[in-house]
Ligand binder design. Structure first.
Ligand SMILES: [Zn+2]
Length: 140
């Protein structure tokens, strides 16, 4: 531990091991970090390198925003993947084939997020206005 004044502003290696992907970054506002400063901020950042289907249909009591973009840092517009996002009680499937942001309002059924074709790695980042990610599984 150092005695620098702003040392508590840094989160070192905020990585958790995944069962579906190698690592992800998770930032949960008030639950673990910065003394509750970002009370309703939750972020999860995933680098998708191979086909994987994430989550089952669910709802939650907070809004969520999905961000999809290419993982090549020199050109994040290079999106060589097909993600099928399921939304609504109708289980409509929306193909994502280019960088995209998707708004998931609270209460809306969504998922799975099926990363069906991954020709080059992509980033899937989701942000939610909650302090803790609690989902309710949805049964049709
Ligand atoms: Zn969700």
């Amino acid at each position: 531990m150092t005695n620098k004044k702003y040392e508590d502003h840094f989160i070192h290696r905020p990585l958790i091991e995944g069962t579906d992907i190698k690592h992800r970054i998770v930032m949960q506002g008030s639950k673990h970090h910065f003394g509750g400063l970002f009370q309703y901020y939750w972020l999860r950042w995933n680098c998708i390198t191979k086909p994987v289907s994430m989550a089952e249909p669910h709802t939650h009591e907070f809004d969520e925003i999905f961000h999809f973009f290419g993982a090549d840092p020199s050109d994040i517009s290079d999106f060589q993947a097909v993600v099928e996002l399921t939304m609504g009680e109708e289980l409509e499937i929306y193909p994502i084939t280019e960088p995209m942001i998707v708004y998931i309002p609270k209460g809306l059924v969504h998922a799975p997020i099926n990363c069906k074709i991954i020709n080059k790695p992509i980033i899937f980042m989701n942000v939610a206005n909650t302090s803790e990610y609690v989902e309710k599984r949805w049964e049709s």
